[in-house]
Ligand binder design. Structure first.
Ligand SMILES: [Zn+2]
Length: 283
């Protein structure tokens, strides 16, 4: 079973040439054994115009899908979202420290009120018992220490609050700037998109007019090739080369193509695209 023929052909043939013979029976059309298509040479030339319009439409669609303004917008939106998160954190910190400051302020006030009351009682001679006097003197010393410690806390909280407020103000300013840039970039992107869409619409109209009356089988073959070959279905034979794959044709191939009837739709043997003979095809 190991040497069974593949698709009725011998596994190897010593007579099969590695390359097509230079002057052999080259069929310039239908390299993949499709029936030879006939089309008016004028329609074939017009196919190049259609190809040119399709290429321009493809380029514009690609531009529209990859606008640099859109990439910038995506970047700004991401930065804006990150900034919003930092802004929320900064605002929360300011609120927390404001509450903390109010609490320390209230604590200082409460201790000061007690100090005033104690001093008042002593000044008015309401504390006469020496033991009570001593206790009260101690309490006043302790109150002084407490006030001093709370005032230190007050200063520390105030400094932290100032710092947090500065950071919050900076984030707010940055957020405003980012918002403005987002708006400006959105406007620029929209303006560019409108421009491209208007060009696309004009080209689409031109394409319809250019393709009008073209043979359906030629257009169908062109569309099928275009879909599988990077958007290029038809190429001009220019200066002895296929402008689709840029490969130069050898003289024998060129000769066969030139001898083919002008209404025969020739295909590039290399890339299989429709090869349209033009006045610049080369001698
Ligand atoms: Zn080619």
């Amino acid at each position: 079973m190991g040497s069974s023929p593949i698709r009725g052909r011998p596994a190897s043939s010593p007579h099969r040439p590695a390359h097509r013979p230079a002057a052999g029976p080259i069929k310039p059309d239908s390299p993949d054994k499709e029936p030879t298509l006939k089309a008016d040479p004028f329609a074939q030339l017009k196919l190049l115009d259609v190809q040119d319009l399709d290429a321009r439409i493809d380029r514009l669609r690609h531009q529209l899908a990859t606008l640099p303004e859109q990439a910038e917008l995506t970047r700004l939106e991401k930065a804006g979202a990150e900034l919003d998160r930092r802004l929320i954190d900064a605002r929360t910190l300011v609120q927390d420290l404001t509450s903390e400051q109010e609490k320390v302020d209230a604590d200082v006030e409460a201790v000061k009120v007690r100090r005033v009351r104690d001093r008042d009682r002593m000044d008015k001679g309401l504390v006469s018992n020496p033991k009570d006097l001593e206790r009260m003197t101690h309490e006043l010393v302790s109150l002084e220490r407490r006030i001093s410690s709370l005032e230190d806390d007050e200063i520390e909280v105030m400094e932290r609050l100032e710092e947090a407020q500065t950071a919050f103000d900076a984030h707010t300013a940055e957020s405003v700037t980012t918002r403005e840039r987002l708006d400006a970039t959105t406007r620029a992107r929209d303006a560019r998109a409108v421009e491209i869409e208007s060009e696309l619409s004009a080209l689409a109209t031109e394409r319809v007019l250019t393709a009008e009356g073209m043979p359906a089988d030629l257009v169908a073959l062109y569309e099928r090739l275009r879909a599988g070959k990077d958007g290029v279905g038809a190429a001009a034979l220019r200066a002895r080369a296929c402008s689709g794959c840029q490969l130069r044709l050898d003289p024998a191939e060129l000769d066969v193509i030139k001898r083919a009837p002008s209404n025969e739709v020739v295909r590039c043997a290399e890339c299989q695209r429709i090869l349209v003979r033009t006045s610049e095809s080369g001698p």
